[in-house]
Design a protein around this ligand. Structure first.
Ligand code: B12
Length: 503
């Protein structure tokens, strides 16, 4: 083979059609691949029969490789289904997995007979080199940084690829998605919300976070001209009216952020982002002026826990009082703080959880508009940590209810079992008793009925009003147990769950 490589890129179905956002991973990969070859994108969030669409594309066009983007949790099962079907019909086509799942669980991914290569970390350069190599043009496999592959003697993990701030393409190739307007979503921000990622990575190294495991504390802001070009395209060419920034951590050092905020203030597109409590608290009045002018509507921040020792042990770098202070600051600034917590940690499980419930009540007293997201604390396995963090005792020892050590799945199929999907989604853990699981569920039910989320645009105000009234006595007196009447009312109203669907 000696011609320019053609790659088929697939995003398996993970979200509902309504929650589909631009498949940014595939757009970035496609831009890189098209510098030396060609590529096509199939997005299972829009094309619901992703197996049929993939097989159909392979019938009609010759591809040199299939690249599949896989996050942990509910993404794994459809990724397995596509890979299996393709292996069966096209046994010689190389199948490459990339994204968070193969980065954090490389051996499990490569244990599957239908996965030939796993790309760890940022994929642009690694994938371009790999497909070139498969076409007889690129470096030999052992020379491709960031690649894990199956050698004659077993799985080979090449050295990691250093972080690259590079984003060479002048604009993401949105036209590869057909009509990009199909990705417009009606959200709290606007009628035509789009997703965008400005900066890459995060300079913090919280031990529980997949982003730290992926980037190892590296971050890079976007080139200003490119950022402006993207926003211009999204607003003026497409007609988007609001933006959800998927940046791993939006507010970096203020001096570096100001030029970006100035651009955003010119576009005035209401926005949402991931941020940190300390970053918002430390913004200068000038930066806040730009933040308001640019119309920040909501910021998602990990408050995680009110326990300073736990915050320290997970290397979060923030304090509980900062969560309270940011709730107050956001109230004054007209920004909704969306604060997430990790309850039921492996140690002092019940006590910490109750403590967190009390803290959430304090936050609601400071600012009733705070949106609260409650996750179960599900630490990453030691083998998933960034290579610079492994072997340093950063991953806690985990035991199940019988006192047996928790053994993480060794295959992709095992990761598709309901209890492991729940683990990846921070929805359940092997050390949770039924009693505590119910207690958390009940607390969340009462909380979200007492304070229905503003992100729910579907339920009419009267329905939310009813839920609020129905839940108020339970919330006031802390009577969370078995809120059957709220469950029933909820079933009728079906409030949205931001922790599942995002904004
Ligand atoms: C959009 C998004 C979603 C979307 C779906 C995205 C999709 N695929 O269609 C939705 C909202 C459905 C979603 C759901 C979940 N998500 Co999510 N999501 C994101 C988010 C915000 C952006 C992803 C993105 O587009 N990034 C931008 C692109 C450019 O980066 P990228 O995807 O990492 O891609 C690069 C590399 O990974 C690699 N790569 C990726 N794919 C491929 C494919 C190939 C072939 C190759 C070679 C390389 C490669 O190369 C790319 C370019 O460098 C990220 C946070 C973030 N900023 O990344 C979280 C994130 C990926 N999600 C995460 C998680 C855990 C989830 C959940 C499973 C659990 C949860 N509670 O959030 C849920 C599932 C909920 C449920 N019950 O269904 C974690 C993953 C960490 C981990 N431990 O695995 C992240 C990092 C958030 C976080 N900080 O915890 N998510």
């Amino acid at each position: 083979m000696n011609r320019s490589p053609n790659t088929l890129l697939v995003n398996p179905t993970i979200a509902s059609r309504h929650s589909a956002r631009f498949p940014l991973s595939l757009l970035n990969l496609s831009a890189a691949l098209d510098e030396t070859g060609s590529s096509r994108i199939i997005d299972g969030n829009l094309d619901r029969d992703v197996v049929g669409a993939t097989l159909g594309a392979l019938e009609h066009e010759r591809f040199d490789a299939l690249g599949i983007s896989v996050m942990g949790g509910p993404h794994v099962a459809p990724a397995v289904a596509v890979s299996r079907a393709v292996r069966e019909r096209h046994p010689r086509l190389p199948i490459i997995w990339g994204g968070y799942f193969p980065t954090l669980h490389t051996d499990a991914a490569l244990a599957a007979p239908y996965v030939d290569y796993a790309v760890r970390g940022q994929g642009e350069q690694t994938l371009s080199e790999l497909v070139a190599s498969l076409c007889g043009q690129g470096p030999a496999l052992p020379e491709i940084a960031g690649l894990s592959w199956k050698g004659a003697e077993g799985v080979v993990h090449n050295p990691g690829r250093p972080f690259s701030p590079d984003r060479r393409s002048p604009l993401l190739p949105y036209d590869k998605l057909g009509d990009p307007r199909r990705y417009f979503a009606r959200t709290y921000l606007g009628r035509r919300t789009v997703a965008h990622q400005a900066a890459l990575g995060c300079r913090f190294r919280c031990t529980f976070c997949g982003v730290a495991a992926m980037f190892g504390g590296a971050t890079a802001l976007p080139p200003l001209a490119r950022f402006e070009r993207e926003l211009h395209y999204l607003k003026h060419a497409l007609g988007a009216d609001s933006v959800q920034y998927f940046d791993h951590n939006f507010f970096d050092r203020e001096a570096d952020m100001l030029p970006l905020l100035e651009v955003m203030a010119r576009f005035e597109l209401p926005w949402w982002c991931f941020a940190r409590t300390d970053a918002l608290l430390n913004l200068s009045p000038h930066a806040w002026k730009l933040v308001r002018k640019s119309r920040l509507r909501m910021a998602f921040m990990g408050a995680e826990t009110p326990d300073p020792r736990m915050l320290k042990s997970i290397r979060k770098g923030t304090r509980p009082d900062q969560a309270l202070a940011v709730a107050e600051l956001c109230r004054r600034m007209g920004v909704v703080p969306e604060l997430s917590f990790m309850v039921a940690p492996p140690e002092n499980t019940e006590e910490e959880t109750e403590h967190t419930f009390e803290f959430i009540r304090r936050l609601k007293r400071v600012n009733p508009e705070c949106e609260i997201i409650v996750y179960i604390y599900t630490p990453l396995p030691e083998s998933s940590l960034h290579r610079s963090d492994r072997g340093k005792g950063r991953a806690p020892a985990l035991f199940d209810l019988r006192g047996e050590p928790v053994v993480f799945p060794a295959t992709a199929e095992e990761w598709t079992r309901p209890q492991w999907v729940a683990y990846a989604c921070h929805a359940d853990a092997p050390w949770l008793t039924d009693r505590l699981r119910h207690r958390i569920h009940d607390f969340v039910t009462v909380l979200r009925c007492r304070f229905p989320t503003v992100q729910d645009l579907r339920s009419p105000p009267w329905a939310k009003g009813c839920l609020r009234a129905l839940a108020s006595w339970r919330y006031r007196f802390g009577r969370y147990d078995r809120p059957w009447e709220l469950e029933l009312a909820n079933r009728m109203v079906r409030l949205r769950m931001p922790q599942v669907s995002g904004l």
